[in-house]
Design a protein around this ligand. Structure first.
Ligand SMILES: Cc1cc2nc3c(=O)[nH]c(=O)nc-3n(C[C@H](O)[C@H](O)[C@H](O)COP(=O)(O)OP(=O)(O)OC[C@H]3O[C@@H](n4cnc5c(N)ncnc54)[C@H](O)[C@@H]3O)c2cc1C
Length: 391
């Protein structure tokens, strides 16, 4: 067992750090408060080889390992927390499911511009009545000649105000086996995108409405029975949220450390008060332990898809650690940390969202408990027995 990065990983981390310090650090504050997807950053990252790190070279990616993409998130976030979203988009988001299962036609049309930093894609999974219970989704795809007709509504899709194409989970038929996914372009007739709404983090999302929206058969990504494949790829997306949570937590930890060493009260640096020293010790324990779980999940996935259990453990630990550390950093920094002129309060708001998005902490704990106890716990109410139903 080796807990060190390889020489290659160290060099890669160093080069990403230099890139981020040089190109992203300067505008990190206004960028965090701009709700639009930073396409300028995506273009720079594409030139730097940071988009599609784990996507095969034949598809326009770098053919690297998931661990490299995690390293990229960490190094970018250390200079500009908001820009870590671009690493997420280019390596972990719906783009990864798309690269895994898309046809040559689909990849040429949509993957290429995304990897070049010219366009962004959004994931339409959640619905008004299907959040954690995602398999309750109702958005339907009914065959119609050489295409499908879509009807339904999606909510909370990240980047939806800016996306040119949407990866939409749909229902072709009843049950989990009836679920698959399609690609819908922004300008498609019958597809309307509501006005932007705002999360606590300042990120925007729009409702997506499909009203007899017709798409050609070439836009089908996964047909009926595709749900399991979608969820396996979704574990990659989860690892991106996991890595961002911890990276933003570390950003806050670093700012709080700097602050505590410099800020003087009662004639001595804050760092000399034991009440704050123990906060730093607790933060370090949370950071280090969560990071090991993150690295285990990413390293074991190698170039394939990560294990659902290891991802769930890592995500729950990093989501909690990231938020708690950001929260504590504000306390250590006082009004300076609470102020919008520092990025610490921004990081706290972002970390809060990842405790809900991409599998809430409670749903992850359900998954972990099933693994530990080696049985499945149906979350739905028991069906009435035939005798009770007859009464
Ligand atoms: C920042 C952010 C970005 C997002 N981006 C996207 C996106 O790009 N695309 C997209 O489709 N969706 C997105 N979402 C939506 C996200 O997928 C849902 O918020 C998530 O699935 C939870 O659904 P819900 O919010 O409807 O909560 P609900 O499912 O209503 O849950 C409410 C609470 O009950 C708990 N709960 C529910 N069921 C159980 C259970 N069985 N056991 C224990 N506790 C339970 C939940 O953990 C939660 O605490 C995003 C959300 C956020 C916050």
């Amino acid at each position: 067992m080796n807990f060190d990065f390889t020489e290659e990983q160290k060099l890669f981390a160093e080069s990403v750090r230099r890139f981020a310090e040089t190109n992203l650090k300067k505008d990190s504050l206004p960028r965090a408060h701009n709700p639009r997807f930073p396409l300028d950053v995506a273009k720079l990252m594409s030139q730097q080889g940071l988009m599609g790190i784990t996507i095969p070279e034949a598809d326009g990616g770098q053919g690297g390992a998931l661990m490299d993409a995690v390293i990229a998130i960490e190094q970018v976030a250390a200079a500009c927390p908001r820009s870590a979203d671009v690493v997420q988009f280019g390596n972990f988001g719906p783009i990864r499911t798309f690269a895994e299962y898309g046809t040559d036609y689909q990849k040429k049309r949509w993957l290429e511009p995304c990897l070049k930093g010219q366009a962004v894609m959004s994931l339409g999974m959640s619905e008004p009545d299907a959040g954690s219970a995602v398999t309750d989704l109702k958005t339907s795809a009914k065959p119609d000649g050489n295409g499908y007709i879509l009807n339904g509504t999606k909510v909370f899709s990240t980047f939806s105000p800016d996306a040119i194409v949407f990866l939409v989970y749909v229902r072709y038929g009843p049950g989990v086996g009836g679920i698959g996914s399609v690609l819908v372009e922004r300008e498609t007739p019958g597809f309307t995108i509501g006005p932007p709404q705002e999360f606590m983090s300042g990120e925007q999302w729009s409702e997506l409405h499909f009203d007899n929206c017709r798409i050609p058969t070439e836009n089908v990504l996964l047909g009926p029975g595709g749900f399991k494949k979608q969820m396996a790829s979704f574990n990659v997306e989860r690892l991106g949220n996991t890595a961002r949570s911890l990276a933003l937590g570390r950003y806050c930890y670093d700012r709080a450390r700097e602050h505590a060493n410099v800020r003087q009260q009662f004639g001595r640096p804050l760092a000399e008060f034991q009440g704050l020293q123990w906060k730093f010790a607790d933060m370090a324990i949370k950071l280090e332990s969560a990071q090991l779980l993150l690295y285990r999940a990413a390293a074991n996935a190698d170039k394939g898809l990560p294990s659902a259990y290891e991802t769930a453990v890592a995500k729950a630990a990093c989501n909690q650690a990231g938020f708690e550390i950001a929260h504590e950093a504000i306390q250590i920094m006082g009004a300076a940390g609470y102020s919008k002129s520092s990025l610490v309060e921004y990081c706290m708001r972002r970390c809060r969202g990842w405790m809900i998005a991409g599998g809430s902490i409670e749903m992850l704990k359900n998954r972990i408990a099933e693994h530990v106890l080696d049985r499945r716990f149906d979350q739905r109410p028991p069906k009435p027995k035939a005798s009770e139903a007859a009464e």
